[in-house]
Design a protein around this ligand. Sequence first.
Ligand code: 3NM
Length: 210
Amino acid sequence: MDSRLYVITGSAFLKGRKLEDVILQAIGGGADCIQLREKDVSSRELLEMAVLLRKLTKETGTTFIVNDRVDIAQAVGADGVHLGQQDLPIAVAREILGPDKIIGISTHDSKEAIEAERSGANYIGLGPVHPTPTKSDAEPAIGLQGIREVCRHVSIPVVAIGGIKQKDVEDIIRSGASGVAVISAVIGADDVHAAAKAMRDAVDRVRKEG
Ligand code: 3NM
């Protein structure tokens, strides 16, 4: 699961626009993974959103991950699930989803990252890189130093997250992350396609340097 631009939904940033339009613009700009993450909706609404996003991502050949809800991931045939440290353990999610699905987990330091790799995670989310108002209970920011430290200890892909803007992307990839995950910088952008493209291009530029 080597995502370069991982875009996470956040209905608060839609500003009246339709979720499907915004996600299609993000994919058009270069998002290669979409995660459904909505904290304040019913299971039924979440399922409806998952069905919609599974359709769009399948049609565009984009990876589709569901945050936290293994049941919904399974129900819609998502490519995988993203877990928090307090969600189901990786081993339990793996038992339910089987060997071929993607399981990612949010981590904040080397200890959690090493544990995630040992438990069979396919990638880790690592953050927050910078302070972010998007996640009210985010841990303290780890900065580029935190990315470098964690990347020394794991070999699964590290997707950096938290307060990431376009100007931050190159340094983050140079620090060892394989990609960046964002909510507000893409979903909240006036021009979603352009915002996604600028971030994806920045990742590609640095990764080409090798
Ligand atoms: N997880 P934005 S930070 C969903 O640190 C999420 O694990 C984080 O939103 C973590 O790109 C975060 O708007 C919010 O800062 C990311």
